[in-house]
Design a protein around this ligand. Structure first.
Ligand code: TXA
Ligand code: MG
Length: 311
């Protein structure tokens, strides 16, 4: 694919690409983000494919103002206070998703919360306003490379893999946003970043708590760090055994199929949606077809292996 090099005067073109499900790298005050429509499973899967990510972590969705944020998530208490003081700016808040918000479960990794932020640069805000959708955007670099702070830096690694790069000059901050998640025990600092913890603690008049441990599973009243279906999961299933529901991949007779044509990007796009559908159907035993360990298959298998691990 040819990657368009766009400037501020091409803003409408960039917004139209996002609305059409395309991938557009754009500048925020922290780093350049690789943006795609956060409501679209296909656009979000394409982000992971372009970055060659071996894991599906939840992505940050970008919005132009607090009013837009409140259409997708509940903004209350300490989170609202931080939003009022620090947005637009290098702060991401992890918030409970509103019912019917229509965010792609791949963008949120199936969690009941979403990381949202309102970036500062006028160009980014104008793009988000004109796109009219929440824009999921991890840093615009291939997995394992440093985060880009200029359009040239994005082009070096992602040219040919994304639809466009919107050049708005260098980023001021140069490190990712600070991520804060309210929790029953108080606000937690999930990732230090461009806004100092001290300024946040000063605004809240209380210390920030550390993040939950990585392997944290759901406990009453607490936040899950990973989504896993309630049913038991068996991997590399060539056939369905009695009592199992088959989640297929490729040309197999399955109850639900991640991609009948064996396309890994399509399978990634469907993964969390299908797992959630199996949960909704109260399936107790899930068998999953073998999935090749290449490209996005690695991220799909990583997630399925965690789902299959004893809990
Ligand atoms: O500065 C930034 O934040 C850049 C620019 C482009 O805005 N974006 C960025 O996005 O770093 P991303 O998608 O790479 O950040 C993802 C991280 C996850 O690894 C996780 O730590 C946190 O955001 N996150 C997102 N949603 C979450 C959720 N629901 N629960 C917990 N953590 C979440
Ligand atoms: Mg990154």
């Amino acid at each position: 694919m040819d990657t368009l090099r766009l400037g501020p005067s091409d803003l409408s073109r960039a917004a139209a690409l996002l609305r059409a499900g395309g991938l557009v790298a754009f500048p925020t005050e922290t780093v350049y983000g690789l943006g795609g429509d956060a409501r679209s499973d296909a656009a979000v899967a394409a982000i992971f494919a372009a970055k060659d990510r071996p894991r599906f972590n939840p992505l940050i969705a970008h919005l132009p103002d607090m009013e837009a944020v409140e259409r997708y998530a509940h903004l209350q208490g300490d989170a609202r206070r931080l939003a009022e003081i620090f947005w637009p700016g290098p702060l991401t808040l992890v918030l409970p998703i509103r019912d019917g918000a229509e965010l792609s479960p791949l963008a949120t990794a199936g969690l009941p919360t979403v990381g949202l932020r309102v970036p500062a640069p006028p160009l980014a805000l104008a793009l988000l306003r004109e796109a009219g959708c929440p824009v999921a955007a991890p840093s615009a670099n291939p997995s394992g490379r440093v985060s880009p702070t200029s359009a040239a830096h994005v082009a070096e690694h992602l040219s040919g893999r994304i639809d466009a790069i919107l050049d708005g000059g260098p980023c001021d901050v140069g490190v990712e946003s600070t991520i804060v998640a309210p929790s029953p025990e108080g606000p937690r600092l999930l990732r230090p970043g461009g806004l100092s913890a001290e300024r946040i603690e000063e605004a809240l008049s209380r210390p920030l708590l550390p993040p939950y441990p990585e392997d944290r599973t759901t406990a009453p009243g607490q936040l899950a760090s990973h989504y896993a279906p309630r049913g038991q999961v068996r991997l590399n299933a060539e056939t369905r055994k009695a009592g199992e529901t088959l989640l297929g991949f490729g040309p197999v007779m399955a109850d639900l199929n991640l991609s009948p044509g064996g396309d890994l990007t399509e399978a990634a796009a469907n993964l969390f949606r299908h797992l959630q559908a199996l949960d909704a159907a109260q399936v107790t035993r899930i068998a999953v077809s073998p999935i090749p360990e290449t490209g996005l298959g690695r991220a799909i298998n990583d997630r399925l292996r965690r789902a299959a691990a004893p809990r």
